[in-house]
Design a protein around this ligand. Structure first.
Ligand code: 13P
Ligand code: 13P
Ligand code: MG
Ligand code: MG
Length: 364
């Protein structure tokens, strides 16, 4: 039996503002998924939130891009958005870009990360969920986990990891992808994935083609043609025996690296790893944060979750994230706190330029 792990998420309304999730929406999603489990549509599930994003973690045997599973998630988001509207929650239905479901939630607003696996006797996975950032936020940690021996000792000392990994990189603006081998093509790979607003790592494979990690790479801003929020990505990473150890995976988040998002989706800020109880974005609607839930998957059952960043070992990272926050906030509307012009085009800048366009005069 092959097991599919589907993480499908959407912002269907924030509480309060864009900071967090109302318990009523989580309860609605839990009830719906409990029913789907009873009916045998899914094997197991867990409902979480990262800031104002509702995260549906599901297991089943239907493969990736399955219409029934996508429709299940879509209907929960629609119902939840109606509830959010009723309650006057903020930005109710923010990620519901269409009224009619067309067989796949991709391109309709929600974010999706899915993988179909042949379960190992012990199958540890970590599901990462971020708020106030965008898919490129995973480039740095995914490279650290699967490409950097200073992060992942196993790349050097574990014969099963020593061959390296294949990175599938998506050009988010052109909608095309490339598979690159690491370490052989490491410098070319880094040349692309360092441009986090243009390229995003979509999948990582072992050299034998087995899936190791997968990330959501939907970009709402490009889907909708105007700014409708950042895309608050999710990803699934497999751990141990032939993959990086859980600790090597988590180690990649110990920097609080800079990501795009935060206030109004228009600022650079540190990605702060937090426990579930701290998955609320407050200061300047942030700083951007990431939660990590660990599971052991057994016959499709989700044994867990374990709240992986609920650990004082990440206190120093959190302190650093707050120091960076304090520092960079002082820059106000100046780059590089505020995003560059290209990323700002869906906000007020075009209208400011339009208003001023006749007042520009030629200079020699
Ligand atoms: P595995 O090869 O069993 O994944 O062991 C690596 C490990 O757990 C080191 O921390
Ligand atoms: P979300 O993308 O999480 O809804 O946040 C939008 C925003 O404007 C935050 O300031
Ligand atoms: Mg929101
Ligand atoms: Mg959000």
């Amino acid at each position: 039996m092959k097991t599919t792990i589907s993480v499908i998420k959407a912002d269907i309304g924030g509480y309060v503002g864009h900071s967090g999730m109302h318990p009523a929406l989580m309860a609605l999603a839990e009830d719906e998924l409990e029913e789907a489990k009873k009916q045998g549509k899914i094997i197991d599930f867990f409902v979480a939130h990262a800031g104002d994003d509702l995260e549906l973690i599901m297991t089943h045997t239907k493969g990736v891009d399955n219409a029934e599973i996508h429709e299940l998630a879509w209907n929960i988001f629609k119902k939840g958005a109606d509830k959010a509207k009723e309650m006057g929650l903020y930005g109710a239905g923010q990620d519901i870009l269409s009224d009619a479901f067309s067989g796949n939630v991709k391109g309709m607003g929600p974010g999706v990360a899915e993988m179909e696996i042949e379960e190992r006797p012990s199958e540890p996975i970590v599901v990462f969920m971020a708020d106030k950032t965008s898919p490129g936020a995973w480039n740095y940690p995914l490279f650290k986990i699967f490409g950097d021996p200073f992060n992942t000792a196993g790349l050097i000392i574990d014969p099963k990891l020593h061959d390296g990994f294949i990175f599938e990189v998506l050009d988010m603006k052109e909608g095309k992808a490339i598979k690159m081998r690491c370490p052989e093509e490491m410098y070319d790979l880094l040349a692309l994935i360092g441009a986090v607003e243009h390229y995003a790592i979509k999948n990582v494979y072992r050299k034998d083609g087995i899936i190791a990690a997968t990330a959501s790479t939907q970009r709402l801003s490009y889907i909708a043609g105007k700014y409708v929020g950042k895309d608050d990505p999710v990803m699934i990473v497999r751990a141990q025996s032939g993959f990086p150890a859980v600790g090597e995976i988590l180690e990649a988040f110990s920097l609080a690296h800079m990501v795009a998002g935060w206030m109004r989706g228009s600022h650079w800020g540190p990605l702060m790893p937090v426990s579930m109880k701290d998955a609320n974005c407050t200061r300047f609607d942030g700083p951007p944060r990431v939660v990590a839930l660990g599971f052991q998957v057994k016959d499709g059952k989700l044994i867990g979750p374990k709240d992986m960043f609920d650990d004082p070992a990440f206190d120093l990272t959190r302190k650093r994230a707050q120091d960076i926050t304090d520092y960079i906030r002082r820059m106000g509307p100046f780059e590089p706190h505020r995003l560059g012009l290209e990323e700002m085009e869906y906000t007020t800048l075009p209208s400011v330029l339009e208003k001023l366009k006749d007042r520009f005069f030629k200079v020699d």
